[in-house]
Design a protein around this ligand. Sequence first.
Ligand code: ZN
Ligand code: ZN
Length: 654
Amino acid sequence: MPFTSPFLLPHTKYLSRKAISLLQDSTNLCHLLQIHALIIKTSLHHNPFVLAKLLRRCSSLNPSPVTLSYARSIFDGISSPDAFIWNTMIRAYLNAQDPQESVSLFCRMRLQEGMVVDSFSLSLALQACGRSIDVRMGENIHTHVLKLGFGSDLFVQTAMMEMYAKVGDIKLARSVFDEMPECDLVSYNVLLAEYVRFGDIGSARQLFNMMPDRDLVSWNIMIHGYATSGDLGTARQLFDRSCGRDLVSWSSMITAYARSRQSTEALRLFREMQLSKVVPDGVTMVSVLSACGDVGALTIGKMVHDFIERSGIEVDVKLATSLVDMYAKCGDIENSLKIFNSMNVKDVLNWSAMIMGLAFHGYGEFALDLFSKMISEGIQPNDITFVGVLSACGHVGLVNRGRTYFSSMNDQYGVSPKIEHYGCMVDLLGRAGCLQEARELIRSMPFAPDAVVWRALLGGCKIHKNVELAEEAIINLLELEPHVDGHYVLLSNIYAQGKRWDKVANARKMMRGNSIQKVPGSSSIEVDGAVHEFVAGDKSHPKTEEIYGMLAEMTDRLIHTGFKPMTSLVLQDVDEQAKEDLLAHHSEKLAIAFGLLSTAPQSPIRVVKNLRVCNDCHSAIKLLSIIYDRLIIVRDRNRFHHFSGGFCSCGDYW
Ligand code: ZN
Ligand code: ZN
């Protein structure tokens, strides 16, 4: 009979209790290794219970190759693991995105003599089959489930349903669901999410409507489903009706608005989210920053940046890129650069955002220097980078370098030019007067030219007064966009410049005959954290009277300096005075008038316009920058214009 010390048993018990409590408090691998050393030193490594705890703790750490192989070494050291230990290890592989290893462990477990697989093992194995799209194994386990008598186990059946959906058979998933003796909220939500993943929002809605109970997860799945399918209206209805809202609900809705460029609504919702005390995460912030950039809401963007810093949200490469992009798009290129320079790790998206931002502001040389630096740091450029590089050349008229970069895309970097790149090149060549070359490039394109390309050619023709090519571009444009009034305006202007009066009349007739819907020019300006939007001739703003008063003053002072409104830009058949009024009420002028009224003297005025700024406004704003001694920054569809002291940073080259 072996001798047992009366003290040994309680002592071992004490040690194992101590080890387990240490394990429960441990939060990192280093800590675990120390405890493991202690376990070996005190001979507790023969105790399967303690080892199971160690394994469990280890597999609950952030999954990484190191923690996983450590967990596996613990597992391999356990002589006869029980079902709980097997399940822990199978789950660890599942969490570490290695479902194949989970499946193969499950197979080994089944072969183990005397081993009884339980509902956890089956459910984990089914999940692993779904994730690794292993149909055969999945069906195999299905048979096994029935043989072992788990045919009516809710937990296993739900996993089986999900497995069939994940391997692509949503119909079979549905029939598993329909045959389940009882379904709980989890099984409903799993099927709901799978329908949404399949893009079958109709079936998802039917299921949602017949659910006996719904929780926030169900509502969020539907909101996300409608939002990603582009049906923002229904997504919003559900959002407004849903029982409580959490981070997921707010984030889905804000992201959906930001993606569909309904940025003002995205920002309004973000404000409500803050009031409702739900704390946003990095994903929400990326969407909010993109909305800020879209409407040029610098104050809100800065506030979001502050908030990110204060709340300790991790600024990963993606979020940092969003910040760089937001500041650049809001006209604050200094802050954009500051963030860019402060980043330790930069990827291609980050570099591209900065290059694009600099190009957009007209800092072409700087953008190209940055591109060289990026290449020398071994970062492989992508198609977005080259849009930035080619626009950098375009905005400062570097024709030769543009040509070189364009041909290097494929030859040197293996990036095949897309239609955007052709658009940039046609723009660059057209503006520089190489119109025939631009036309040739369009002919040589491997795809049909789009409106952007023709518009670029037309722009060049306008500058260099080439009536024939302009006509060709316009005819193509009118085919692609028959309802855009701007094309007729341009055509008529070109004819007028070439003194082809018969054709001017013709262009006007075409315009009338085509039931033109004007694309409304709209400009927005942010004052005290609120975005104000104006369309041409807008009278909806609460301060309309003051704004028009200011506008009248601006016009008077402009005329005083000898400014002549370019009434030839107006195509409507009205008298001279009415034409002048139409020009004077362009949306960017309204936004500037409001800016002059509502911001402190000498502070910069930032305006964002959805279309290109017209010639008349461009000349007027140059003068307004002297008259009111303000820096006026206008972002139009093409680029930034920094107006100051009577000049524009674009050098009238836009
Ligand atoms: Zn204008
Ligand atoms: Zn300009």
